[in-house]
Write a new protein. Structure first.
Length: 240
């Protein structure tokens, strides 16, 4: 699907560089279909200087919006699938007709991954506390060890993809990287947090320096929101 190919998506973003730098994330035009683009929840410049406002605007308002639009279009003639919640849809890809399965996999995964991504950023970094800090100590040997392993996984992801911290109902954490827009949700596994290592997430500021982007990203995390996601996972209420 050429519109959503890595090269076309980056080219679209570059073409938007002439747009004014937006400071506030505004409400989006309602989607035609069951899936909607969630609001960013903070200004496009909230993650400066680590992630620039222009990248945030293009990433949210263009790349993520394109996934939502394409997902709705793919399901417009499949009413029963369109009624499913996104995690349920992704965990049942084998029931999706062959004619749209790849589109649903790519765009549904992209929608879920980015919706999670916006939730956990907009903060000031630092470190978690409470139950989440204890879980990180138990399962990774502490935050510095998690950061090292996470960044190594992100750097080692060939081409485009994501790196995730997963979480079980018992609160156990894990680490995995996935290609393209694949999500652990496709295997019925919940996501605590994750970072986008597609070039459109960082290229305007970091060019080919993915390692620098991965290191800087920890400075924009909102650990209070990630802790809320951790609690929700153990309560069974975490969705994307």
């Amino acid at each position: 699907m050429s519109l959503l190919s890595r090269r076309a998506m980056i080219a679209t973003g570059i073409g938007l560089l002439v747009a004014p730098r937006a400071k506030i994330a505004i409400a989006q035009t309602p989607a035609t279909g069951p899936f909607i683009l969630p609001p960013l929840g903070y200004g496009f410049d909230a993650n400066e200087p680590h992630i620039d406002a222009q990248t945030m605007m293009i990433h949210h308002d263009r790349h993520h919006a394109a996934f939502v639009g394409a997902l709705n279009a793919a399901l417009k003639d499949h009413a029963q699938l369109a009624e499913l919640k996104l995690p349920n849809l992704l965990s049942r890809l084998d029931t999706v007709p062959d004619t749209v399965r790849t589109i649903v996999r790519n765009t549904g995964g992209g929608h879920a991954n980015h919706s999670m991504f916006w939730q956990i950023m907009g903060g000031k970094g630092g470190a978690p506390d409470g139950a989440l800090a204890a879980a990180i100590d138990r399962d990774f040997g502490g935050l510095p060890a998690l950061q090292t392993a996470f960044n190594r996984a992100g750097l080692g992801q060939f081409g485009s993809g994501w790196v995730f911290v997963t979480v079980t109902r018992q609160g156990k954490l894990g680490l995995t990287a996935r290609p393209n827009q694949d999500s652990p949700l496709m295997d019925g596994v919940s996501v605590l947090m994750g970072n986008d290592v597609w070039e459109h997430a960082y290229y305007l500021k970091y060019q080919n320096r993915r390692a620098d982007y991965l290191a800087a990203w920890w400075n924009v995390l909102d650990w209070a929101k990630i802790s809320t996601r951790y609690s929700a996972a153990m309560d069974g209420t975490l969705t994307i």
